[in-house]
Design a protein around this ligand. Structure first.
Ligand code: SF4
Length: 95
């Protein structure tokens, strides 16, 4: 018997502003403008979900949640610093 595994898209993707928009817009060549993609993201109601998905899944390329790779890297770095600081506080409180 044939077993089909169908991966359901997260609900938020069904509400994305970029549905039907050329995906190439969101994966510009290095150095190319991200302005058009970010304009699509600007009014997107699932922007936070999209950004969080990209951060959680380590998406390294493209515009997600209205942010470039570099902008997402900054957020990941900031979160890592916050986690390290929280871990240090927790260590100090148990010592
Ligand atoms: S934030 Fe941008 S890339 Fe993400 S779903 Fe919305 S329009 Fe698409």
């Amino acid at each position: 018997m044939l077993k089909l595994e169908i991966e359901e898209a997260p609900e938020w993707q069904d509400l994305a502003n970029c549905l039907g928009v050329d995906p190439d817009l969101f994966f510009p060549e290095r150095g190319a403008s991200t302005r058009e993609a970010k304009a699509v993201c600007h009014g997107c109601i699932v922007r936070d979900d999209c950004l969080e998905y990209a951060l959680q899944n380590g998406e390294k390329f493209g515009i997600w949640g209205g942010m470039s790779e570099r902008e997402r890297r900054r957020i990941r770095r900031q979160r890592a610093l916050e986690r390290a600081a929280a871990a240090q506080v927790a260590d100090e409180s148990t010592a």
